[in-house]
Design a protein around this ligand. Structure first.
Ligand code: F6R
Length: 366
């Protein structure tokens, strides 16, 4: 049932070109440049009028929420807050009429997320669910939403569900932005076209499995690791760090790259690998100078960069290249090599990657 792969985690990472396509299928028409998401069509006016969106989730799904915050604010011009379900539910949260909640959950059964959205619903918020398991509790509580269609995820650490969440959230964001006319028709078509290219680009990233494995070999004896990214890639740095912790038990932290100077740089020495998510965007030059700062302190730099980047390979000890993509789309691509990196480091350390110690696939108790 592992389809020829050694582990479910690896199978699920490799399934992503297909699962992302499954999420887009029937919804994204790249030729006409249109998006149809049946679960939200009836709520488009209400969503467009939302004064505020609060995203509620836990763990990896919370990271998808952070990416969505950047995307929704940029394209839909609606203020977004991203909340840990466990914090939100106990805080007597302020909900105004016209607030909209997006709950993100692979399982649809995470206890804290369920209680959080039930509370918000009682206070009159509209709940949109971005859920993988069809018919799950969160899907049933939500009035509107989109399934991620990633298929059953068996590996305890979330991989294909995360990219499914990002794909679904991008569809929803672009659709709302188009409806609200907060992006031009031209930009909408451009984003649709870019989104349609994602499965093929993920395929190309997966072809680097062997070189990512070789980089993993150089990192396997580390006791700590730092992941840095900015903008749309800051949440990807968090997700890279979470994946590494879960799968390899190496202590890892993700930070916005510019925060490095405000503390974490004290950790840097020849033993600390720093993984930069540094694909082309407005921050690129700044992130390259962060890399130089790490090198100057003898840290080891691994960089996720775009094809054609000629500067970074001279600085970095290891590079992983990603096909060029619009910066809004890039996070869905950039997470894939980090999943593979964690997988190979975990395997090299003899870890049970499909069932990390102490973790449960769905956290149905608080
Ligand atoms: C990390 C992971 C967890 C889940 C979290 C939320 O790899 O799998 O952090 O993302 O427990 O679960 P769902 O999405 O089912 O609500």
């Amino acid at each position: 049932e592992k389809g020829g792969y050694d582990h479910f985690m690896l199978k699920e990472i490799f399934e992503q070109p297909k699962t992302i396509l499954d999420c887009l299928r029937g919804r994204l028409n790249a030729e006409n440049g249109t998006i149809q998401v049946s679960g939200i069509e009836n709520y488009l006016d209400e969503i467009s009028k939302a004064n505020r969106i609060i995203i509620i989730a836990c763990g990896t799904s919370w990271h998808a929420g952070l990416v969505a915050e950047y995307i929704i604010e940029e394209t839909c011009r609606i203020p977004v807050e991203v909340e840990y379900a466990s914090e939100f539910r106990y805080r007597n949260p302020i909900i105004h009429p016209g607030d909209m909640i997006i709950a993100i959950s692979q399982s649809g059964e995470t206890a804290d997320t369920i209680v959080a959205i039930e509370k918000a619903k009682e206070q009159g918020a509209i709940i949109m669910g971005i859920v993988n398991v069809v018919g799950s509790s969160i899907a049933r509580i939500s009035q509107t939403g989109a399934y991620t269609h990633a298929g059953p995820e068996i590996g305890v650490a979330s991989t294909k569900a995360f990219t499914g969440q990002l794909a679904a959230l991008m569809l929803v964001a672009f659709k709302i932005a188009h409806h609200k006319q907060t992006i031009t028709e031209e930009r909408y078509r451009e984003l649709c076209a870019e989104l349609a290219l994602v499965p093929g680009k993920v395929e190309k990233i997966l072809e680097q499995n062997d070189s990512i494995k070789a980089i993993a070999e150089t990192l396997k004896d580390s006791s700590d690791a730092l992941f840095l990214g900015r903008g749309y890639n800051f949440p990807i740095a968090l997700e890279g760090a979470l994946k590494l912790k879960e799968i390899s038990y190496i202590h890892a932290e993700g930070y916005p790259a510019a925060e490095m100077k405000h503390g974490p740089i004290a950790l840097v020495d020849e033993h600390l690998p720093v993984i930069f998510i540094a694909t082309k965007d407005i921050y690129h030059e700044k992130i390259v100078s962060n890399m130089q700062e790490i090198k100057a302190r003898k840290g080891r730099v691994i960089a996720v960069i775009n094809e054609g980047d000629e500067i970074t390979p001279a600085i970095a000890d290891g590079v992983i290249t990603i096909p060029e993509a619009d910066e809004i789309i890039a996070p869905i691509l950039n997470v894939v090599p980090l999943q593979l990196l964690s997988y190979h480091i975990g395997i090299a350390r003899g870890c049970n990657v499909d069932m990390p110690r102490n973790l449960a696939k769905s956290v149905t108790v608080e």
